[in-house]
Design a protein around this ligand. Sequence first.
Ligand code: SF4
Ligand code: SF4
Ligand code: SF4
Length: 191
Amino acid sequence: MPDLSEKPLSRRELLFRSAPAKADMPDPCIIRLPWADSFVIETACTGCGLCISECSENIITISRSQKATVDFDKGECVFCGACADSCPEPVFWEKEQRETKDPWDGVAVAGQACLSGQGITCEVCKDQCPEEAISFPATLGGSALPTINSDDCTACGACVAPCPVDAIHIDWNKDCEQQVFRASNEEGRHE
Ligand code: SF4
Ligand code: SF4
Ligand code: SF4
């Protein structure tokens, strides 16, 4: 759970505050498909679009580098597996792996814009979560902040689009954060 109380910002909070907007991020940070590694999508996906037409939730889109990727602004992943089953290229893990491993490594994170953290009643994300991973534990004299149980969160993205202030994003892995951090630093050096 992110700490939204009054204290110096952590490196991670600083990172996300200074991170480029989603449209400016390097593709490896935003290209995601369940049961597929981002660097493999980058090299193996031909952008044929078969997975797009098979996705019942219509959440797969083509990135600016012509690779398939989920977009949680469009909805949630229900982990049906249709994308992996339909793909003619070696983008997704082998079936045996898909049946035994979690589809991806991510967790939802609520950021500074969260209304509840500002004393405004809102539990939209909690109501949308199919895993009941979000709770609002009472705090002494303060606002109830969303707590996301990382053990229960599947990174399905169901809580992302319904948030009225875009306060929730899926936090993937450290490699991606570091890539954004490096990209931000390089942009700064070029200014
Ligand atoms: S697993 Fe199903 S819902 Fe999720 S992206 Fe693939 S086709 Fe869409
Ligand atoms: S079906 Fe496979 S190759 Fe085609 S767009 Fe989807 S992930 Fe890429
Ligand atoms: S990403 Fe899915 S499982 Fe995780 S908190 Fe959001 S709705 Fe719940």
